[in-house]
Design a protein around this ligand. Structure first.
Ligand SMILES: [Zn+2]
Length: 230
């Protein structure tokens, strides 16, 4: 058997392994498990982000509250406005000042209300997520068990195929086996293709320059499959 025919035989068995992989990847068991796993893995990060947001919002609220208190103290000083005016102060100046402070207080009040709403929402979001995580724990464990059982149901077949492949490998040169395995990583299949009438698996006519090499094996210029003739 030539090197390339051995490779073709190897591929025939390898196709069974690929089929098993696809069956697993496309199984409802895997999809359900994967979806839950994604949620479980990313949830702590989301929780932490919400926690950080809550801390930042609380700091902002404290700042606004301090500003508010300070302005109220300043405003209280204007209680003695009559005295100030009697002593020759300009009433319009004080009135303007007071008005400014009242405006700022109003603005702070509305900021504080918006912030309060935001804090409440963040807290609710945090609680809801935490509950969702807790509720997901059991179904996740069940989904994992089902997925593992499905995978295990393939195990015997998988081992058989792998043993057969290990035996067949011995008939193939290291160079071609290396090329095959590197291409196996990509989604291209079949990897090795026996050309008839100078047409590759991908439909491309094998260029005349490459035709001479087909008897010893070459790569398609378009799909990079290993192509050869008998
Ligand atoms: Zn091709």
């Amino acid at each position: 058997m030539t090197n390339l025919q051995a490779l073709l035989q190897y591929q025939g068995v390898d196709a069974k392994l690929l089929k098993l992989d696809r069956e697993l990847a496309e199984s409802e068991e895997y999809k359900a498990y994967r979806k839950m796993q994604k949620f479980i893995k990313t949830a702590p990060e989301k929780l932490e982000a919400l926690d950080l947001k809550a801390t930042a919002l609380a700091a902002q609220a404290a700042q606004i509250s301090a500003q508010y208190a300070q302005l109220e103290t300043t405003l209280a000083e204007f209680e003695n406005i009559d005295e100030l005016v009697e002593n020759g102060g300009d009433i319009s100046f004080y009135k303007k000042k007071m008005q400014e402070i009242i405006e700022r207080l109003r603005k702070l009040k509305s900021d504080a209300l918006a912030l309060e709403k935001s804090i409440k929402e963040t807290s609710e979001e945090y609680t809801a997520l935490k509950e969702k995580i807790m509720a997901a724990e059991k179904p996740y464990a069940v989904a994992m068990k089902k997925y593992k059982a499905f995978k295990e149901s393939q195990e015997e077949q998988r081992k058989e195929i792998e043993t057969a492949l290990a035996t067949l490998e011995k008939n193939i040169s290291e160079e071609w086996l290396g090329k095959y395995k590197a291409k196996r990583e990509s989604k291209v299949f079949p990897i090795v293709f026996q050309v008839t009438n100078n047409v590759c698996f991908c439909g491309l006519d094998v260029p005349i320059a490459n035709r001479d090499k087909l008897s010893v094996g070459t790569e398609c210029d378009s799909c990079h499959r290993i192509i050869f003739t008998e």
